[in-house]
Design a protein around this ligand. Structure first.
Ligand SMILES: [Zn+2]
Length: 82
């Protein structure tokens, strides 16, 4: 997979294996080692259509293996008064 220059800052976009927090219908799936184009300069991410499609399949539990982790969820407004 090759990428053009970043459309925001014209930096060089290179493929990296990154962790993606993929949300689908209110559920969150953390997918590791996803091949994504990342801008060297501003960090903007570029996803290939086939990668996005596969992320959807993973989130639906149709492909790939899954392990579960516990994630704390906080309400920021509850912490402001403290
Ligand atoms: Zn950029």
């Amino acid at each position: 997979m090759s990428y053009d220059h970043c459309e925001y800052c014209k930096g060089q976009v290179r493929e990296q294996k990154v962790r993606v927090d993929h949300r689908w219908k209110g559920s969150l799936t953390v997918v590791e080692k996803v091949p994504v184009g990342v801008c060297d300069h501003c960090g903007e991410r570029y996803y290939d259509a086939s990668v996005l499609h596969r992320l959807d399949l993973i989130a639906k539990g149709k492909v790939g293996s899954v392990r579960h982790i516990k994630v704390p969820v906080a309400d920021y407004s509850q912490a402001v008064a403290a």
